[in-house]
Design a protein around this ligand. Sequence first.
Ligand code: ATP
Ligand code: MG
Length: 540
Amino acid sequence: ARLTAPGQLFEMEDVGGGVRAWKHAPATFRALLENSAFHGGKEFVVYEDERLTYAEHFRLAATLAHRLADSLGVRKGDRVAIAMRNYPEWIVAFSATLAIGAVAVPLNAWWTRRELEYGLSDSGATLLIADGERAAKLAGIDIPMIVTRSSGSPGADWHEVLGEISPDVVLPPADIRPEDPATIFYTSGTTGHPKGALGSHRNLAQAPMTVAYAMTRGVALAGRDPGESLKQRRITLLTVPLFHATGCFAVLLTTMFSGNGLILMYKWNPEAALRLIEREKITVLSGVPTNAWQLLSHPSLDSYDISTLSGVSYGGAPAPPKLLERLTELLPGRTPSNGYGMTETTALAIYNSGRSYLARPGSVGLPLPVVDVRICEPTGAELPRGQVGELCLRGPIVIMGYWNRPDATAETIVGGWLHTGDLARVDDEGFVYIVDRAKDMVIRGGENVYCAEVEAALFEHPAIDDAAVIGIPDDELGEQVGAIVKLRSPATQEELQAFLKESLAPFKIPVRIWFHESDLPRNPGGKILKTRLRQQVLGT
Ligand code: ATP
Ligand code: MG
């Protein structure tokens, strides 16, 4: 049967033998969603003891799409904000919004009321779909709300809005083109105020294909047969929020695209992750390097059966080579992968995996096929191979721009090239090495010190549990190098400095090391908040 009402862009035809296929499926999220319905009774999403098949998800999304379009008056291009933890409803709300051509605006669930208000007003959202906690934070706000998992919060009840779910519901008609806006994702806010990255339907349709390519290549590089491996069901543990690019684009969309399974967690917790890997026979752990690091450091690592785990992939922040070393030592035989991406590149853009990663532990790998890479001077001029400069990227995964910020867009995307703000070099074989964020780099008396390099050296010391390197303002040298560390066993500043002297030039050694008792402050995506740390230790 036809999934979409007649006369739409999405049409199916008989291709013989009773098989129906897309006549033309444009590069839109809707094509992905309709395609995912073919996976029918296969399990798509698991949250605690709730399980959703592909067919169930499609029916919920299509029903909500009707309610949004018919009862709530949501039109193409309208912004619908989603503010929740990683619940299955997040995915349903996202799917329904995009399926009618409205723009999904995922808001950070950790935000305070003021920050949530900023996201709502910045995006001009006309409807909010929230969980009970977010709805309670926003009590009294002047915007229609649909609320799930709440006990008596204001707003319309999720189940009441959905009403009856018809078994053969199809999506309401919509005319969506690849160049239409699909999402506004706020960047992580690591370097400043989060910016709204406007993604198109083409960006979203491209992302999972790019990731699928990377994964197949990763399997081949790990010495396994990609054909065999693709036949096996992939069950991914999502350790990062859906409201960030990695969680949504690299993990959710890829899972959906390939008909595999996704296990959600309310909040990252290494012990809960171990329990879930055993219970759900998880095959891939996907998140930020900290997730893998904490899992490997967990005292109960050996008490769980995690033999199904075949891959550990991470990205979004620098991965110290020590992490790869520990991974191969403690979980031998698993394919390690490191991916580089940004909100502005619809997640994954550069990828290193398997034997290629083991041979170059400091590299984020090769650009994916649709991505062009260039290393530039601040003026935009291209630098010769091997030199360190700003990483610039081009391709169909680069966002349309920043929402309502033409100046920021014009500064960041120049002639189709996205200026990442990251310093990198490319070796003779084309492998990319991220050396630091341009904003994090410490310039000590005219000498560049890359924080990521000093952090990686610190991680080599057995007493280090976590580390962040920052610049300390200095009258004479401009900046000095400082470090903030969390220890797992006792160590002194002098000991750590002496240790670093074995691998780093003297000007890179932190002159001051602060010992942090609690965990270093991280955003919900797991990234260290250096701005906050600088504030804590320097008061600036
Ligand atoms: P904001 O732009 O709001 O300051 P952010 O840059 O952290 O925050 P994201 O888009 O989530 O927001 O992150 C992209 C950045 O993460 C990249 O620019 C890069 O600095 C870093 N990054 C991503 N992947 C890797 C990786 N594999 N290795 C090193 N750094 C990475
Ligand atoms: Mg950024």
